[in-house]
Design a binder for this molecule. Sequence first.
Ligand SMILES: NC(=O)c1ccc[n+]([C@@H]2O[C@H](COP(=O)([O-])OP(=O)(O)OC[C@H]3O[C@@H](n4cnc5c(N)ncnc54)[C@H](OP(=O)(O)O)[C@@H]3O)[C@@H](O)[C@H]2O)c1
Length: 262
Amino acid sequence: MKHILLGTTDIKVSQAGLGTAKLGRNQKMHYPSSFELPSDNAITELLGYAKELGINLLDTAPAYGLSEERLGKLLKNQRHQWVISSKAGEEFINGESYYDFSSTAIRNSIERSLKRLQTDFIDIFLIHSNGEDKKIILENSALDTLKNLKKEGLIRAYGMSTKTIEGGLLAIDHGADAVMITFNPVNHEEKPVIDYAYQKNAGIFIKKAFASGHLQKITGNDPIQTAIDFILKEKGVTSIILGTLNKKHLEHNVQCILGNMR
Ligand SMILES: NC(=O)c1ccc[n+]([C@@H]2O[C@H](COP(=O)([O-])OP(=O)(O)OC[C@H]3O[C@@H](n4cnc5c(N)ncnc54)[C@H](OP(=O)(O)O)[C@@H]3O)[C@@H](O)[C@H]2O)c1
């Protein structure tokens, strides 16, 4: 597994990351079918297998329900073997999302993430956008809050999970070390963000690489390979965040990445 320096930071992340939304939340998700939250044993096995495959990057968020808390508990004593990326700005409470991008809310959120993850620093910290990217960056100055948290040493790198091209470009102009965007063969409008990140030496994380599991929307004999080939054609992509609970799927997805000649 290739490990790549994230932007201008000294953080090396694997080309495949593990997305952990399904570890902690199973309500109001956009997957093709419903699912049970995995047991602690199943998560431990999945994380162990991810490590064996060379994955060191884990993506989580408070909006993923129990995800941070479960990772904190199950990764005890292996904190330094992982690069953890978490977020602030979105909360998921009693089946509803709530958003607050104020400096106070972000600071409270990171304090809680540190406790849940049982750590005293978070490697990569992203704003979890509700789609109003421009407002969050220009009016709430949320990335300036993260810049200060980085100076204070609570986080090693910062950025934003955006939903618009304008937002992705603005995040890079506001010093983001990484931007997380949706990019796959059926939804590729945000490609200019990848190109700009490449030009400015910022990192790009890909979410929803497989259209959140709606594989019938992706053509080819193997839609996973089709999606990965499509994504890795882009030189600016740092890591693909694989959102799976299934070890066989994880193995296949990683094989498709390794088979890619980039
Ligand atoms: N706003 C944000 O910041 C945001 C939004 C969405 C996602 N994310 C991050 O990105 C991660 C991934 O996003 P995502 O889960 O929406 O999208 P995804 O990776 O495109 O799709 C995941 C879905 O595809 C299925 N899948 C994966 N590999 C498969 C395979 N080989 N064969 C058949 N099905 C397969 C998974 O089911 P199985 O579990 O059965 O494999 C899962 O339901 C999330 O976990 C999260 O960390 C961030």
